[in-house]
Design a binder for this molecule. Sequence first.
Ligand code: GLN
Length: 500
Amino acid sequence: MTRALEYVEALRSREISCEDYIAKIFERIERSDLNCYITLNTSALEEAREIDARLRRGGEGGFDGGDGDAAERRKLLLGVPVAVKDCISTKGIQTTCASKILLGYVPPFDATVVAALKKAGAIIVGKTNMDEFCMGSTTETSYFGPTLNPHDKSRVPGGSSGGSAAAIAAEETILALGSDTGGSIRCPASFCGIVGLKPTYGLVSRYGLIAYANSLEQIGPMASCVKDVALLLEVISVKDRKDSTQVKLPNNATTNFISEPILRMSEEDALNAVRGIRIGIPKEFVDGVSTDVEKAFWSAIHAFEDAAGAEYEEFEMRNMKYALAAYYIIAMSEASSNLARYDGLRYGLRFGKDEDWHATFSRIRGEGFGEEVKRRIILGTFALSAGYYGRYYLKALKVRTLVRREFEEAFKKFDVLATPTMPFTPFKLGERIKDPLSLYLVDVNTVPVNLAGVPAISIPCALSPLPVGLQLIARHFEEEKLLKVALAYETIRNAHTNNK
Ligand code: GLN
């Protein structure tokens, strides 16, 4: 698998041509039956040719001198293909959220993260498939049909950022952006055997992200290795006045996260960095997971202990049993309000004629939204309605506070927490989609993280016969520590696989 860091180096030293690489990516996409993309960027090849030309020119007008612009030289993602989840606005490229209701909607502006990608020299490959409006864990609720898991095409890739994860695993891109409201980056990362990080709430701008449940979600990086995730995180965490919920960290940089300390770590540095760290393992996250997941999880923990001298301890987080129910009440309530803007007049789908606006509103929404989205709008509206507000929504908010406090308590004792990302390996397409409750249950280990707003990463701890993800969780804004621990684990795992 190509890594972004090595790719940029090879491109700058002109060992490879950007046009050839991007053309190869598009050939792979064309041949693929995985259904990773909804819309492709038709100007990608032209952009690649332009990059090659500027590199050839060198000197004046090139990237490495001439105009001497430091920002130009710092193009961290020069020529790197990046896939963007279809809930993130891209100027001039259709953005549908995998919903019929947004068919034909072409945003007139770029999301802040997309503008940042372009500034860093990245090439947008296209828009990836996902669960409709990010609602799901399998990418099966997409209006454009499901994405298949590259490890076994009869299985789901996870979701909702399933297209992004599968595209990386199948080498239909190098990097990808996903979004994570209750696990949508980590779940597909786990199921497709790649690395995905949900940043701390407030680290990355949400400007241009089509809202599902805004108090929970973040855009985040997905890649095949930890260093690439760090690199992409730096690029997208630019400080942005257009998102008032973004926390501007007090450093002198224009970005909230700096990847340099991670990128320059050798394997030895990575192992040294975690010597003696304390890993907490909340029992509630391990009880009840399938035996293959349990086995892979514990062998990862023991590898940490043996190779890096980390210490681990199991402990209890008693409020976690309420987290899943609280998450779904909060997410659906926010969704019912956020999705009110699709009225058949302003964006996307529009057809037929009616007597009045009410009829148009109902008809377009009735036909434009899929089953799962409608279910959530109805349940969310109910949870917020007079008389039930206190019984459901308010109670869920109280649980959220308890969950957050329990994480704070845990971090007084531990540096990071470790859990399996998903309770099982990828299941068959069609297996759970007809039973919403059984589908909601798969998020049990990922949603507490979003309720608390802390950062978490999923990194593969087994790849065969099917991928298993290890979830690491850290304190608010401790992405650097999280990535160091993940890098140490990646080092140990690679050494182990190479010795086999
Ligand atoms: N599966 C969860 C849901 O459907 C999480 C989705 C997400 O993170 N966007 O709400």
